[in-house]
Ligand binder design. Structure first.
Ligand code: F6P
Length: 534
């Protein structure tokens, strides 16, 4: 017998009924009725503290959401993911990013192979390479040490590395310069290499497939830049390394297998920060800090697997996301880290959440029938306060917010940490409770009742960063389980790639092929061709 459709599940029906009765309740009321709410609706996992009291939920909401999780088989799907089953069903692959941070001795088997020893072997090679670059024993072609590291990749092969580098910059080597090139717009590489000395520059080419147009184009351009200086193909070996699953593709590019760091098809691009894709991070912060990040990821994996549902952070965050999206009509989630070092975390989460759960059919191919991934966006606080928070407080859309903060500053500067955290607390309060009545001046009124989570940790360390990454990875996974979608494929990005390939040839000025697009695209192509060389 096939599983009932999501909206037909008893818990979903009960939640629909329940929403009718509590949907209009204001957070002011919920807090007034329960003075302990802010102490009760919290949970701790590893070193992260989650306050979800400022969500529009009651105890009954949480009970029903937990019931929904049981009815959707969340526990079974968690076991399947950790067990190496092909949970990426449309591609018939496991999604075993949890193996990337499994400690030595743990066994994680997929297709009959324990992958943990492979992971550890690559980690050891990464560590040796990172140390060689950091110590200056890795020499460029003319014998000088490396001072500039440029990561070339896009999507998960860029957003994870740049996010982790920025997040852990406090722990990074300051005499090494890092840049991250992703865009096929030549300005990205041009700016990254401007004024650099090729003899002191190392490129890390990151691509799971080693087929991605942007990355291969930039890598070829970087190669030409390097060879224009050295005029000897052998220089490539000293200035390029690759991270990929595609040994042949890397060899075709001219990078020796000895300079390739491997990962596997069971690591999704957006789940790869802690694989060899994190090589730039390891060069920046060193092996110990990188391993501390892995330990943080693993600590959250353990929490996710073993903590009771009522205290399970990724599960709670996922259920709240489903409640907000499907029952309160929330269409977007703002991630607001009050930590400048986390400035790329929202962009990283954008790919993680939207590429994973921006899906319209179930694993069986039927319409999901309810809203799936909300739009994810954000900026560090306090900057966002002076730009888009106006809409959060008084706009006509309901936006759910994730606030992230740390109790200890990494760069203490007078009272600035207090100013930072005071602002975060003020915002969560203002969003939840709004302003006093301004009947005579309605433009001043803030209605409040806007839901938010607050995630608090002691300090931004490699370990807490790892926990934060795994928290969101697993929350995204659970949301996908509830919606019964494949959170590990990304077929939606293929169509645009195919069409771009076709159009590339049509843009050449000498070519005047008959254009067979729609009239808008045809006209834009002709206009581009005319203006291209003006
Ligand atoms: O086009 C989307 C995508 O496949 C992402 O899922 C991935 O992270 C990115 O492109 C880069 O892919 P690759 O690492 O294979 O170059």
């Amino acid at each position: 017998m096939s599983a009932p459709h999501l909206t037909g599940r008893p818990a979903w029906r009960a939640l629909t009924e329940h929403q009718r009765s509590i949907g209009a309740l204001h957070l002011r009321q919920l807090f007034a009725d329960d003075p302990q709410r802010g102490e009760r609706l919290v949970a701790e996992g590893a070193d992260l503290y989650l306050d979800y009291a400022k969500n529009r939920v009651t105890d009954e909401t949480m009970v029903l959401l937990q019931q929904l999780a049981r009815e959707c088989g969340v526990a079974e799907r968690i076991a399947a993911m950790f067990g190496g089953d092909p949970v990426n069903s449309t591609e018939q692959r496991a999604a075993l990013h949890v193996a990337l941070r499994a400690p030595v001795g743990e066994r994680i088997v997929t297709q009959g192979v324990d992958v943990v020893p492979q992971v550890q072997a690559v980690l050891a090679r990464m560590a040796a390479f990172a140390e060689a670059v950091r110590s200056g024993t890795w020499r460029g072609y003319d014998g000088r040490a490396i001072r500039n590291i440029i990561n070339i990749g896009i999507g998960g092969s860029d957003l994870g590395p740049v996010m982790a580098y920025e997040a852990l910059r406090h722990y990074s080597r300051r005499d090494l310069r890092f840049a991250f090139v992703s865009n096929v717009d030549g300005s990205d590489l041009a700016e990254a290499t401007r004024a650099l000395d090729p003899g002191e520059t190392l490129f890390i080419v990151c691509s799971k497939t080693f087929e991605t147009l942007e990355t291969l184009t930039n890598a070829q351009a970087a190669r030409a830049w390097c060879l224009a200086h050295f005029k000897d193909e052998k220089a490539v070996m000293r200035h390029f390394v690759a991270v990929s699953t595609n040994v042949e593709g890397v060899a075709r590019f001219g990078i020796a297998p000895a300079n390739m760091f491997e990962f596997w098809d069971w690591v999704g691009g957006r789940y790869s920060t802690d694989s060899a894709i994190g090589l730039s991070t390891m060069v920046a912060v060193g092996e110990d800090h990188f391993r501390a990040m892995l330990a943080g990821l693993h600590a959250m994996d353990q929490h996710f697997r073993h903590a009771p549902p009522q205290r399970n952070l990724p599960l709670l965050m996922a259920l709240l996301a489903v409640w907000n999206t499907n029952f309160l009509g929330v269409e977007s989630v703002a991630v607001l880290p009050y930590a400048q070092y986390l400035n790329r975390f929202p962009a990283y989460l954008q790919q993680l959440t939207m590429e994973s759960n921006g899906k319209h059919v179930t694993r069986a191919g039927a319409p999901v029938g309810v809203a799936t991934a909300p739009i994810c966006w954000g900026e560090p606080g306090t900057n966002g306060q002076h730009s888009f928070y106006q809409l959060l407080h008084q706009g006509t859309r309901l936006v759910a917010c994730d606030f992230i903060a740390f109790c200890q500053a990494l760069d203490p500067l007078g009272e600035q940490q207090d100013l930072l955290v005071a602002n975060l607390l003020a915002q969560t309060e203002a969003l939840a409770f709004g302003s006093a009545d301004h009947a005579a001046q309605p433009w001043r009124a803030c209605a409040g009742n806007r839901p938010s989570n607050t995630i608090l940790a002691t300090r931004l360390t490699p370990h807490t960063l790892g926990q934060l990454i795994a928290l969101y990875e697993h929350s995204v996974f659970v949301q996908g389980v509830i919606w019964d979608i494949d959170s590990f494929d990304q077929w939606g990005v293929e169509l645009g790639k195919v069409q771009a390939q076709r159009i590339i040839g049509e843009l050449a000025p000498q070519a005047e092929p008959a254009l067979a697009h729609d009239s808008s695209t045809n006209t834009l192509i002709r206009r581009y061709r005319r203006q291209r060389h003006i």
